[in-house]
Design a protein around this ligand. Structure first.
Ligand code: ADP
Ligand code: MG
Length: 489
């Protein structure tokens, strides 16, 4: 029998450990369905504990390779937090404690590696796994020495950091999809709630204060944990951040012994929803154009797939309506309430349907959803249904556009055709059987911008989904409106 030489054994071990490193890992995850997550190749399992209000709170999850580059994850700070990255399946299952400090294990590993090579050459597989750990540990130590001081929460959360800085740090650190979980939790737990500002399907929305800044906090009841999780997950989709998508800040689940409080923290917009805004104010031609352009841009960004490792899947909103669009101080808008959104996985052409059964708002449902001819397995269908709803939102907006002092009152689409809380059947009769759509007033023909808006909304709410415009087309047409003379006057 030919006995392998020491060098070939080492080569085989290195090969095995590299192979192990390039496959994904399964880890314990507090915020995930089934409490399990899977990392991308070269990711890690993450285990952390932090002192919050005098109590040790632990978070476990998966880390992506880009989050590991973010440098905040694998390092502990004295007495405040301890973080551990590890590289075998479910290695983050242990519970970490802050006190007493455990000495770093380390220099003995290479000897152990040698001993393993010499003593158990026949157990190639098990030693391979061991060496895998050694390689990664070595990499982590080397990395650690690059840092003069461990990066701790005090630094990350230094008192002069406002939310914009933190979010900006996050996008330059390469973690891409959101603030680190511990930072999210720390922010959420230092918010002081001020007043309720909205009531939706899943509980209340509050205005809160964080270091003097206003934030919005959507509080879900523990019954709606899935909706909370889904919305947090969608907001943390890589590359989702956009000036016309509500800026997500943090998600937190706090167990107070008898129930779990589920928070979703986002940027606060004092004008509230487009629905509230249009009820209160009329808009100028320019104001209408700016709002329409930002809604179309937000939707075009959601719908767009960005290809690449830092890519973004195409997303469909599924509940677009004036109550789910918020108006910013500068007169632009953001799309909010992503709790019903679905993502498209183009590599398998599959849709990750959320696990709750909520469907969109009946009044804004596309005809093909109302009459059940909707093709659930085609992602294009989801985008086309969003465009139908966009047409209705444009109609609500254009009615409030004041030209030479003339405008209409605020109304919801089909206000004159269905009862105030319409059933699917009410909507189906009007939208599918009678093929009615909101009225486009004749006087819009005498103003170029309103004429274009009228034409656009008709092209968004065609009965045939394939005939509808795309979000990108709507965005381009609206952006040309800003060059029309009467918009500027
Ligand atoms: P739901 O899923 O329950 O419908 P939404 O996210 O749509 O919850 O919020 C409900 C309402 O709360 C919105 O229509 C809006 O009036 C208000 N609201 C939500 N988020 C914000 C925010 N970030 N700033 C200001 N108002 C908000
Ligand atoms: Mg809503």
């Amino acid at each position: 029998m030919v006995r392998p030489g020491k060098q070939s054994v080492e080569a085989a071990l290195i090969f095995l450990s590299v192979a192990q490193l390039t496959a994904g890992l399964r880890c314990v995850c507090h915020l995930c369905t089934n409490h399990t997550c899977e990392t991308a190749a070269d990711g890690a399992c993450w285990n952390s504990v932090m002192l919050i209000e005098g109590k040790e709170e632990s978070v476990k999850s998966c880390l992506s390779p880009s989050e590991m580059k973010g440098q905040v994850f694998c390092y502990s700070s004295r007495n405040v937090s301890k973080r551990n990255c590890c590289f075998t399946d479910f290695c983050n299952n242990e519970t970490l404690h802050l006190q007493p400090e455990r000495p770093l294990e380390g220099p003995g590993w290479s000897r152990l590696q040698l001993a393993a090579v010499i003593l158990v050459p026949s157990c190639l597989m098990s030693v391979g796994v061991l060496l895998g750990v050694v390689v990664v540990q070595g990499h982590c130590w080397a990395h650690k020495q690059d840092l003069e001081e461990p990066l701790d929460d005090q630094m990350l959360m230094s008192s002069d950091k406002c939310l914009k800085d933190l979010i900006c740090d996050m996008s330059t650190s390469g973690s891409g999809s959101g603030l680190p979980l511990l930072v999210q939790r720390t922010i959420a737990r230092t918010i002081v709630l001020q007043e309720t500002i909205g009531k939706g399907r899943f509980g209340e929305v509050w205005r809160g204060k964080w270091r003097g800044e206003d934030v919005a906090v959507k509080i879900f009841s523990s019954r709606d944990e899935r909706s909370w999780f889904r919305e947090a997950e969608i907001y943390q989709t890589i590359m989702l951040r956009h000036e016309n998508i509500l800026g997500f800040i943090a998600a937190d689940n706090k167990d107070n012994g008898s129930w779990t409080q589920l928070w979703l923290v986002s940027e606060y917009h004092e004008h509230g929803s487009l629905y509230d805004y249009l009820n209160r104010y009329t808009v100028s031609l320019e104001g209408m154009t700016v709002l329409a352009l930002s809604i179309a841009s937000g939707l075009a960004h959601l719908h767009m797939e960005i290809i690449g490792t830092q890519g973004k899947p195409a997303i469909s909103h599924r509940d677009l309506k004036s109550k789910n669009v918020l108006v910013k101080k500068n007169g632009t808008a953001v799309i909010a309430d992503l709790g019903l959104a679905v993502k498209h996985d183009s590599s398998t052409d599959s849709i990750d349907i959320p696990s709750n059964h909520r469907v969109g708002t009946k009044r804004y449902m596309a005809p093909e959803i109302l009459d059940e001819s909707f093709h659930m397995n085609s992602f294009e269908s989801f985008k086309r249904a969003d465009i139908y709803s966009l047409g209705l939102v444009f109609w609500e907006l254009a009615r409030r556009c004041s030209v030479r002092g003339l405008h209409e009152d605020f109304q919801l689409p089909y206000y004159d055709l269905v009862p105030s809380d319409p059933a699917i059947e009410d909507m189906r009769k009007v939208v599918c059987d009678q093929k009615l759509r909101p009225n486009v007033p004749n006087q819009w023909q005498s103003c170029e911008a309103l004429r274009v808006m009228g034409k656009l909304m008709r092209e968004c709410w065609y009965a045939n989904p394939a005939a509808r415009l795309t979000a990108l087309r709507v965005k381009k047409t609206v952006s040309q409106l800003s060059f029309i003379k009467d918009v500027k006057d």
